[in-house]
Design a protein around this ligand. Structure first.
Ligand SMILES: NCc1[nH]cc(CCC(=O)O)c1CC(=O)O
Length: 309
């Protein structure tokens, strides 16, 4: 058989490039003779960096250009951080593969203080994630939360400049970029419930492309799929755009899946939390059931307020 090629459309950020190179290496190891090519490109989301994400239209901005390439057949796959993948896919595209999850935790990064509890009153903490903001505020109402945008390296630079006393980032991103030594302390998944999909990489492709799907198959990690899809099912049921603080995190123990979820008001004055367990094969139903429970306990009111209904 002639040597095959596979083209990856990717954002140019260091994290996106790392993820694309990771998938390239995995694919080339699984298929000797396969040549994987990276096609780096800028997306709208990369360009509009000075406006809070929730205001410029959300996560879709980071993937549209990549999806157009796949639909026009100038690229075969796109590699995503699962937490950045929108719920809906354009007709003809789908999320084919979820790779093994890495560290799902948030990381506390500071040049002065060891952890959140050590921060003096009124300290300035950087994060643009409403989920992180809400959980921080609930625990430490005195902290001043300041917006923090840009690539991981940019964010660390702003901390080092003295713009913040501490910042919160995903541990997985720092580890991938070999910046693990910058992590001052890990926040447990109890202290900071992660975003759905955090720490997992997913691969999108054309749903009818059997050649590409066969090449991707060895990268699938079943357990991660159950966990991440349970988290996403909860998020989808809540119709959670990125304007509402939502956390979702699933773990698997034998055949049982445990899912925890939270919905908060943006100011952190109110947090509605819940959990559910059941057979892992029912991952989607469990996510929906937990979402419904949270909605019934007040999440609906919070969501309605945010979306003005
Ligand atoms: N929102 C950007 C983003 N998307 C994925 C990661 C980290 C890697 C991951 O969660 O898989 C990050 C950086 C961060 O949140 O600090």
């Amino acid at each position: 058989m002639a040597n095959q090629q596979l083209r990856i459309a990717t954002r140019k950020s260091p994290l996106a490039m790392w993820q694309a190179y990771f998938v390239k290496a995995e694919l080339e190891a699984a298929h000797p003779g396969l040549e994987v090519i990276l096609l780096p490109m800028s997306t709208k989301g990369d360009i509009i960096l000075d406006t809070p994400l929730a205001k410029v239209g959300g996560k879709g901005l980071f993937v549209k250009e990549l999806e157009v390439c796949m639909l026009e057949n100038t690229a075969d796959i796109a590699v995503h951080s699962m937490k950045d993948v929108p719920v809906d896919f354009p007709e003809g595209l789908g999320l084919e593969i979820i790779c093994e999850r890495e560290d799902p935790r948030d990381a506390f990064v500071s040049n002065t203080y060891k952890n959140i509890d050590e921060l003096p009153e009124g300290s300035v903490v950087g994060t643009s994630s409403l989920r992180r903001q809400c959980q921080l505020r609930a625990r430490r109402p005195d902290l001043v939360i300041k917006d923090l945008r840009g690539n991981v390296g940019t964010r660390l630079g702003k901390l080092d400049n003295g713009d913040y006393d501490a910042i919160i980032l995903a541990a997985a991103g720092l580890k991938r970029l070999e910046l693990e030594e910058r992590i001052t302390s890990f926040m447990s998944t109890e202290d900071s419930l992660p975003a759905n999909g955090q720490g997992a990489v997913g691969i999108e492709c054309r749903v009818d492309d059997e050649r590409v799907k066969a090449l991707l198959a060895p990268l699938e990690h079943k357990e991660t799929r159950y966990r991440v899809l349970a988290e996403r099912a909860m998020n989808t049921r809540l119709e959670g755009g990125c304007q509402v603080p939502i956390g979702a995190y699933a773990e698997i123990d034998g055949d049982t899946l445990h899912l925890r979820g939270l919905v908060g008001s943006t100011c952190g004055t109110e947090i509605i939390e819940g959990e559910i367990s059941g057979p892992k094969a029912d991952y989607e139903a469990l996510g929906i059931q937990l979402a419904d429970e949270l909605l019934g306990r007040g999440a609906k009111r919070i969501l309605d307020e945010v979306y003005g209904q």
